[in-house]
Design a protein around this ligand. Sequence first.
Ligand SMILES: [Fe+2]
Ligand SMILES: [Fe+2]
Length: 180
Amino acid sequence: MQFPTGTGIYNSERKKHKMKISELMEKMIDFSEGDQHDICHFLKVWGYARTIGETEGLDPETQRILEAAAIVHDIACPLGRRKYGHADGKHQEIEGYPLAKEFLQGTGLGEQQIERVAWLVGHHHTLTGVEGMDYQILLEADYLVNAGEQNLSRKNIRNMYEKVFRTATGKRLLKSIYGI
Ligand SMILES: [Fe+2]
Ligand SMILES: [Fe+2]
């Protein structure tokens, strides 16, 4: 929904506005400043996350958190590349948490939801101690994309299938896409 700018109504109405996932997506695309790779990456991760979450029957609240996290999960990559010349997982987690919190202000997500999404961003390269379907599915969706983008070996994919993937849908997709 568009609101007229430059009016008092704008700010108060905007505060109340609960962004749809599509609006959050557009905000993240804007944030990416035309980086095609970054944009394609999170679109794909979001697509798998949405598919797995819906097929696994997540409740609407968890599904929304999952989809928001999938959209913003690599929010620290541009900063990491500028600051360190690359964007390794640990830095993405450390820098991503506050960036995601800031990015999600005014999107209509509640404080607790923002905290959970930012926490997920802060853990999306950590494969141990996974608790929560949102966390599990985010890892699976990101890996489904990374395996192709990074041309990961069959051994790596099989290992992830055995050790990290847990949802039936994620496992089916991994098999179907990579023929393991
Ligand atoms: Fe990442
Ligand atoms: Fe990613």
